[in-house]
Structure formats: structure tokens, C-alpha cells
Write a protein that binds this ligand. Structure first.
Ligand SMILES: *Cc1c(COP(=O)(O)O)cnc(C)c1O
Length: 429
């Protein structure tokens, strides 16, 4: 498979080149030149396929010859070495729990796959690669975990000071070794802007920077895997599938929509956002006008200028009608998010994290005007990662899973910066 830059269709790259480079020189995101279609037999037979086999079949056309088959199968196996349960929540409503990985976030899948691909690409090379990543909370932990102690790779994580949860901060700042944490006085969008600027800075050429945000194809594409796994569980219901994705940077939902283009029978997507409602407003006004980022309790979605939305537009060849048939977008307040967490807990004992709650609100909103579908919302993070708001609301204590206990004991190490020049100084050191 080859990829082109969304800013210049003449700029073509291989999987390997696009994964190492992250973003094209012209700031364009890489996008596959064609979308492979899976055969009907694949779906007819999906019940009999292991999750590793499904994932391999899905990803192999995108990787091509850049990683040989046995190694790619191994990468997929290691990436998916945890559970992806589909849990019934209410009549015709399910959640796909994506938080059983090493850092309890769905980003473990993308980060795990990407880190193993890069590991394979830099093996035996002289030059170090530096992964520069901006995080609104979960990316940083997943990426840091994925690349921890990998020879030839340095990781620099930028996060907005005081705007990630305490567990998320621990996951970023306590590892040490090749992982460097930087606190930015600003918002996630400020962090993301600095990262984009660094990639285009000629003065940093020798640092071999690459990104591990969902702008990187090696992080974006594997997010398709669990949409297929979810379908395998729910196929027997024989009802139209509507999937609601709590969205911030729109990488996760965009991967689902790519899976749909490959033939996965999903009828409709819902982009559920918090008060950062650039895309819901885009759908109602047709104008793309990001505002200042607003802080919410679903902080991993505090993004007002979502990088991956251009990929969604590209998927639908800028056909607004087809896009709106496939995608609805709604925004929800923190108040509604908390009320649903409380209601669901009292009703069934099931604990939604604030992001999943926004996703569930998306299904409920859609159900006001549509009947007879199976609704699935993605559970993108474990509730224990957001104890501050949940424990107070419900007057409960969420038990900390064992694998997080060690991290909580670790000592925080970070550097605080105010502007791009300070970041550049750190990278050049
Ligand atoms: C990153 C994240 C999101 C948003 O995913 P995008 O791909 O950026 O839209 C949602 N929920 C959680 C918990 C996250 O960490």
C-alpha cells in the first residue's frame, strides 16, 4: 500500500516511510491511495476466525511488504493480548470495553501496534528516532508504555499542565529512562500545535522526530481491529449496527469509518463530543470554526481542532450528503454526563467513565429519532482513571487494579515549559 499526503496527492510514501515520518513535510496527513475491500466470505466466516487472524487480514494490505508476514502476525498477536468484551447495558444497547490493556485505555491498541512497527524499522539502525507526542491524557501513557526502554527510541510527551487526571499524570511522568515528560502551560491544542511546529522545523532535522498521535498511520489504522471484533460478537443479532464513539481528535471514529469502507457492516456512526463541539457545529452550520478549548470532565476529548476530521472528509470524497447519512455528531454537557453515570450506576451497578458516558448519551440522542437498531458505544477508558469526579458523585471508592498500584507509588519527574522555544531547546540537548 502507498499513502499520499492530504495536502499534495503527488507526495507518495510507503507504510514504513509514513510511519517513521508521521506527517508529510507539507503538513498533510498521510492517507491510503486505495481502500481494500474484504470479501463477503470473510464476514460470512468471521465467527470462526481468531482475533489475531481477523486483525492480520485487516491490516496486511495496509502494511504490504514493509513487514514480513511472520513478524506482522507476531506484532498483531502482542498488540491484542488482552480482552475486548462486548457488555450488554440495556435493551439493544452494548458497550465495547476497550480498557483492558496495559494502561487501561483504548490507545494501548494503536500505541502498541505502532511501537512494535517502529521497533522493527529502527532495529540495527545508527540514528535514534525521537517520538514527540502531545497528549490530552491517555495517549501519553499508552505511548510511553509502548516505547519504554526500547533501544534507539526516545519519547518526549507534552501534556497540558494540571489538565490530566492524577493516574494519567503518574503514567506519563514516573517511568523515566527514555521517556521524558513535559508540562505545557496551556491546553491540549497548544501542545498539539507545538508538536506540529517541531515536525516542520528545519532546525530539528537531525533529531529524526516522528509523531505517535493518531495522525501517524501506524497508530491510526490498527484502531480498526476492535470494530471487527465487536461485529463478530454482535453479528447474530441481525439488526442495523449504530456505533457511538466518544471523540476528541477523531482518530478512533475515523478508523471505524475506514473499517466500514472496507466492508464492515456498520450502518451509522455517532461522534459524541463534550462541550468542545466543533464537529457538531460543523454539521449544523457547514462551517468549520474551532473555538478556544473548554475544560471538561471527559478531558481526553478536550480538543477543539480535531486533526483527523480531514481524513473523514477524504473518506467521503468531500461528499457532504453521503457523510451525513453515515455520521451524526452531538455534543453533551458535563452535567448530562454525570447524570448518566449516576443513573446507570444506580440502575445496574455498571460504572461508566466520563468518556463512555458521553458515548452512551450519543446512542440515547440518536434513539430519539430512530428505532430498531443495535447501539454500541465505545468504552474508551477505565473509570478508575477518573476517580476525582466519579468517586465524589457516587460516594464510592473505585478499587485500583494491581497493575496501576506500582505506578501510583512512583515519583513524578517532569519539565515545565511555556513556549515553543523552550521545547526546541530540550529537543536539541
Ligand atoms: C483519546 C481518547 C478519546 C478520544 O479519541 P480520539 O481518537 O482522539 O477521538 C476518548 N476517550 C478516551 C478515554 C481517550 O483517551
Amino acid at each position: 500500500m502507498k499513502y499520499y499526503s492530504l495536502n499534495n496527492p503527488q507526495r507518495i510514501a510507503s507504510f514504513k516511510e509514513a510511519a517513521i515520518q508521521g506527517i508529510a513535510e507539507d503538513k498533510g496527513l498521510f492517507f491510503p491511495i486505495e481502500i481494500p475491500k474484504l470479501e463477503k466470505a470473510f464476514f460470512d466466516n468471521i465467527q470462526h476466525l481468531s482475533k489475531e487472524e481477523i486483525a492480520y487480514q485487516v491490516i496486511s494490505p495496509f502494511v504490504g511488504n514493509d513487514i514480513e508476514e511472520q513478524e506482522l502476525r507476531q506484532i498483531v498477536r502482542e498488540t491484542l493480548a488482552f480482552e475486548f468484551p462486548v457488555v450488554p447495558i440495556d435493551k439493544d444497547v452494548y458497550t465495547l470495553e476497550l480498557f483492558h490493556g496495559p494502561t487501561l485505555a483504548f490507545k494501548d491498541v494503536g500505541a502498541g501496534f505502532m511501537s512494535r512497527c517502529l521497533r522493527s524499522f529502527v532495529k540495527g539502525k545508527k540514528d535514534k528516532v525521537t517520538i514527540l507526542v502531545a497528549t490530552s491524557g491517555d495517549t501519553g501513557g499508552a505511548v510511553a508504555h509502548g516505547f519504554y526502554d526500547v533501544e534507539g527510541i526516545e519519547v518526549v510527551v507534552l501534556y497540558p499542565k494540571g489538565k490530566v487526571s492524577s493516574i494519567q499524570e503518574k503514567q506519563l511522568t514516573t517511568l523515566g529512562k527514555n521517556i521524558k515528560a513535559i508540562e505545557v502551560e496551556g491546553s491540549f491544542d497548544d501542545c498539539q500545535a507545538m508538536v506540529k511546529k517541531a515536525f516542520l522545523d528545519e532546525g530539528l532535522k537531525d533529531c529524526h522526530l516522528t509523531s505517535a498521535n493518531s495522525i501517524n498511520i501506524a497508530r491510526w489504522l490498527p484502531q480498526m481491529f476492535y470494530y471487527f471484533l465487536m461485529y463478530r460478537e454482535l453479528q447474530h443479532l441481525n439488526k442495523p449496527l449504530v456505533v457511538s464513539v466518544p471523540s476528541g481528535n477523531f482518530g478512533n471514529i475515523c478508523a471505524g469509518m475506514l473499517a466500514q469502507k472496507m466492508g464492515l457492516p456498520i450502518n451509522h456512526f455517532i461522534a459524541a463530543t463534550n462541550a468542545n463541539d466543533t464537529i457538531p457545529r460543523f454539521f449544523s452550520s457547514k462551517a468549520y470554526t474551532p473555538k478556544q478549548t473548554i475544560e471538561t470532565i471527559s478531558n481526553a476529548m478536550d480538543v477543539s481542532d480535531p486533526s483527523n476530521f480531514v481524513r473523514i472528509l477524504e473518506l467521503f470524497a468531500k461528499n457532504a450528503k453521503e457523510l451525513s447519512n453515515n455520521l451524526s455528531a452531538y455534543s453533551f454537557t458535563d452535567k448530562a454526563t454525570l447524570e448518566l453515570i449516576e443513573e446507570q450506576y444506580e440502575k445496574s451497578g455498571y460504572l461508566l467513565d466520563p468518556h463512555a458516558s458521553v458515548g452512551y448519551l450519543g446512542i440515547k440522542e440518536y434513539a430519539k429519532e430512530h428505532k430498531d437498531f443495535t447501539g454500541v458505544f465505545l468504552g474508551t477508558a477505565h473509570p478508575v482513571k477518573f476517580p476525582e469526579c466519579i468517586e465524589e458523585l457516587l460516594d464510592i471508592e473505585i478499587p485500583v487494579p494491581d497493575r496501576l498500584k506500582d505506578i501510583m507509588k512512583g515519583e513524578k519527574k517532569s519539565t515545565i515549559i511555556q513556549n515553543y522555544e523552550e521545547l526546541k531547546g530540550i529537543l536539541l540537548k
